[in-house]
Design a protein around this ligand. Structure first.
Ligand code: NCD
Length: 309
């Protein structure tokens, strides 16, 4: 299967497509480990256009492109260094960049920005985060991590903890999880940071049972996956609201002691205080492996989008 734009998790509600992506990612991982990657994207150029900060997403996309033999042009602070500072619209910047590059990875601070970009782009646009909207490639690597770590994507009990209102990785992940059977979701967030209703409607429409709690004490320690998130400071209008909520939860040794022996703890990163550094040594801490998986998922996505051999 080929892909053109990658804008939303809603494009991946087809388990055959997800399976194909995952098997390509795991083949690429294997080849990379054996130093046997084919330069399938030789001669192709990827533009990474980031209007918001990024470490993992930008570096993993760029590394993915380079490992596949392609090249990268980038702006890591597009609001400052591109023509945006001179007043150029996102649409005009994308029109221009799509005349140079073969695909564009875009991160922007406004929800819907990648949809707008896709409407004017002559090449595929990949959404690397659009404000408090979605982050579909993160959700794909999250799902890939769950599969690798637990061995399955059905019959899972998952707790999503933290900023479920603004957390775009959560919005995409919740959507993707609706593809699978016997999933139950526990939403743990401060009342002010609850999952928005449209995403709950997605769960309801697929018959996925979920419950909501405000306290981490309510966490059922027999869950298979705990997915923690950062309170998204940059989305708050008032700093005092952020300060009041930023330390709402902390997963520490005490929580880990009670957690099921084969559970995993995930986080899209960056973490601030949500997971104590002491948890890193616990084999159930999967977040660094999760970040690494992003490289292979993004290689597979680039290959599917750019049609590499
Ligand atoms: C996330 C993002 O940008 O939405 N980061 C990432 O891509 N891994 C999560 C976050 O910033 O909290």
């Amino acid at each position: 299967m080929t892909l053109h734009h990658v804008l939303s998790a809603h494009q991946f509600l087809d388990t055959a497509l997800v399976e194909e992506l995952f098997s390509l990612a795991s083949a690429l991982e294997e080849n990379d480990k054996n130093r046997a990657l084919a330069p399938s994207l030789k001669g192709r150029v990827l533009a990474t256009v980031f209007y918001e900060p990024s470490t993992r997403t930008r570096f993993s996309f760029e590394t993915a492109m380079l490992k596949l033999g392609g090249q990268v042009v980038t702006t890591e602070s597009a609001s400052h260094f591109s023509s945006a500072i001179k007043g150029e619209s996102l649409e005009d910047s994308i029109r221009i960049i799509s005349g140079y590059a073969d695909a564009i990875v875009l991160r922007h601070f406004e929800r819907g920005a990648s949809q707008r970009a896709a409407q004017v782009s002559s090449v595929p646009v990949i959404n690397a985060g659009d404000g408090d909207g979605e982050h579909p490639t993160q959700a794909l690597l999250d799902l890939y991590t769950i599969k690798k770590e637990t061995g399955r994507l059905n019959n899972l009990r998952i707790a999503l903890v933290g900023d479920l209102l603004y957390g775009r990785t959560i919005h995409s992940l919740v959507t993707l999880l609706t593809c699978f059977d016997r999933i139950t979701i526990h939403l743990i967030s401060p009342p002010q940071l609850r999952l928005p209703e449209p995403y709950k409607d997605v769960l309801r429409s697929k018959g996925i049972p979920f419950e909501e709690s405000a306290a981490l004490d309510a966490l059922d320690h027999s869950v298979d996956v705990v997915y923690a998130t950062r309170v998204q400071k940059e989305r708050f209008a008032k700093e005092e609201d952020y300060l009041r909520l930023k330390d709402a939860y902390r997963i520490d040794r005490g929580v880990m002691e009670k957690l099921y022996q084969r559970a995993i703890v995930m986080h899209p990163l960056p973490r601030v205080t949500e997971i104590a550094p002491e948890v890193d040594r616990d084999p159930r801490a999967a977040y660094f492996r999760q970040a690494r998986n992003g490289l292979y998922i993004r290689m597979a996505l680039l290959q599917m989008v750019l049609g590499g051999d």
